[in-house]
Write a protein that binds this ligand. Sequence first.
Ligand code: NAG
Ligand code: NAG
Ligand code: NAG
Ligand code: NAG
Ligand code: NAG
Ligand code: NAG
Length: 649
Amino acid sequence: MMVFTLFSWIQHHHHLLLLLLISGAFFAKADDSLPIIRTICGRNQSKNPEAFDVNFVNTMEMVFQNVTRAGFGTAVSGTSNIVHGLGQCFNYLSPTACQLCYAESRVKLPHCLPATTARIYLDGCFLRYADYNVSSDAVDEFDAFVCGNSSASNSTEFEDTAIRLVRSLASEAYSSKEYYKAGSSAGSSGVTVYGMAQCWRSLNVSGCRDCLKSAKDSVARCLPAADGKALNAGCYLRYSTEPFYLAKTVESGGSSSARRRLIVALGSIIAALAVIGIAILWMKLRPTDSNDDIDGSQEIIRSISSSNLSFKYEDLRKATDNFSQMNKLGQGGFGSVYKGVLPDGTEIAVKRLFSDARQWIDQFVNEVSLINRVQHKNLAKLLGCSVEGPESLLVYEYLCNTSLDHFLFDSFNKNALDWERRFDIIIGTAEGLAYLHTSCEVRIIHRDIKASNILLDESFKPKISDFGLARCFAGDQSHLSTGLAGTFGYMAPEYIVHGQLTEKADIYSYGILVLEIVTGRKNHSSIAESAEGHSLVSLIWQNFNSERLTELLDPNLQDQCSEEQAIKVFHVGLLCTQASPSLRPPMWKVVEMLRSNSKDLPLPTRPPFIGIKGASFKNEGSETSSLLTSSLRSPNSVNQMSVSAVQGR
Ligand SMILES: *[C@@H]1O[C@H](CO)[C@@H](O)[C@H](O)[C@H]1NC(C)=O
Ligand SMILES: *[C@@H]1O[C@H](CO)[C@@H](O)[C@H](O)[C@H]1NC(C)=O
Ligand SMILES: *[C@@H]1O[C@H](CO)[C@@H](O)[C@H](O)[C@H]1NC(C)=O
Ligand SMILES: *[C@@H]1O[C@H](CO)[C@@H](O)[C@H](O)[C@H]1NC(C)=O
Ligand SMILES: *[C@@H]1O[C@H](CO)[C@@H](O)[C@H](O)[C@H]1NC(C)=O
Ligand SMILES: *[C@@H]1O[C@H](CO)[C@@H](O)[C@H](O)[C@H]1NC(C)=O
């Protein structure tokens, strides 16, 4: 039964999910994951992180398909906020190892968002995204090299041998068909040097030559270290005293970790084969193939359009003045929102979904059937929808004060939000979320709580909107991840890293929102910045329990509230953004804390990603890695691995 549920679920969502599924399986063996050599995040930040994130996820999915098929792939998506991607496995990886390597880099790279460019080098593959075409980049300012810290025993001879080897590999690689060359060279005293050179396949011959020339000079600077790696925009070059490029195929003499990795790989392959077998059997036994999913949607669409929720497309087009730019209220990841006026004078907000892809239809039907069942004073009310026209539309009540972000992050509009209003917004949002999490018939995880999804009515009462990402979860299915959506600045660490989704992720996002509301500042930072202590959350954490905490209060709020009130809200915000999901209080508890006068709140523990140095988040023995291991003992991991294998056919 469980297997069937899983499979039908996969049928519905396979496009977005595969990546996370394999990465989930991969991380379940976190001890054996490939070492990250370096992550390099660009300095510029995206001006529209939401749209950029959506294109990022899209691009990574497309690159994934080509990389797993051919070891190399490029892709681009978006019309504005374009995201280009490029992935390359080093030729010595087996196809399975390549998939795993890609999956890991795919999960680590978003740590750089909202930077507009970033790249990651793993021991086996390379992945990069940028807001411009990177295909022909050979060398650039971010090029780096990494040296081992032990020296070879007979250094003069070793240096000579290594230099000779590296030089010949570099020149052979750019003239070879695959831009790849690996080899070894033994010195007379028994030292052997191993080396490998690889250019990305998108370069032309002269680009590859230039890149390797620079890489060769970089690694030479590592000598006499026993290991050197050059990390360039268009190529990778390494020498070592270890036969590193043989590790994936060698059967004996490898280190114990290499052997363990081999056993894991074999286990995965056997499990994969078993599940492919089951899948094929199951497909054969099913009378109707993958079409019933679409039929299912269409049935819902039919039943909606015959209900009283149905609007005519033509009427809505008129109401919004042909979706004129003047009436546009905003733009989310899943569609634009327009103001409209019906013939009887009722003001409405019309959300125009991007409906050209299957997944949006899915999303749409989900939203309609979901919102219609869920009613609460702090949730935006759905009036109806239009499903039969050229595109799908949702109709909401119109809230004249648009969304919270228009006030909170605007130096002029901000004045409208005094302390009392902000506190009401904080409590109201908590109540709306508590309702979603516990009170309605199905448990709902919103997944995208952020300022632009909090709408404000004429008296600035908050209403949570955009259930486009919400899914219903019945009981024990909660650990199935449904694709990396959401907006990165607000995303819980366990969700970014493993796609693990529970209501605790909403609580984290809510905590970020609370801290934004009291400080009037946007939590715009990437994980790298948090690590250096520059993010909003880390700033508040560092000043918690000190006199200086109240200095972080929005200057507009000074003298409007007591110090005690302000500190309590900071405190609740920190409790919600703790690194460990299990320590974050449930939303009903948050409401209680905010309403009561008791000063007896538990002390918050550390937020995530603080005090972790720079690029590599592995091997730090800190929260991140314990988070990694604790949340990953998912019982589905074996099945998840096999999903990717099924897709690979
Ligand atoms: C982005 O960074 C580049 C250098 O990496 C700089 O030349 C450019 O002006 C920056 N763009 C913006 C919009 O800041
Ligand atoms: C990537 O895959 C697409 C089809 O999904 C194909 O058209 C394209 O040629 C591939 N590109 C590369 C570089 O392999
Ligand atoms: C990127 O540039 C390469 C060559 O410079 C070109 O072949 C490729 O089509 C470009 N890709 C896009 C998406 O424009
Ligand atoms: C190789 O690519 C680079 C960068 O796009 C370009 O400047 C150069 O002219 C190309 N060389 C050849 C021989 O096509
Ligand atoms: C570098 O040195 C440290 C101790 O100084 C050691 O723990 C670590 O394993 C070394 N790294 C490599 C790659 O040899
Ligand atoms: C180091 O290598 C040089 C040159 O091959 C050789 O003459 C010398 O005996 C070696 N020394 C040791 C300690 O192996």
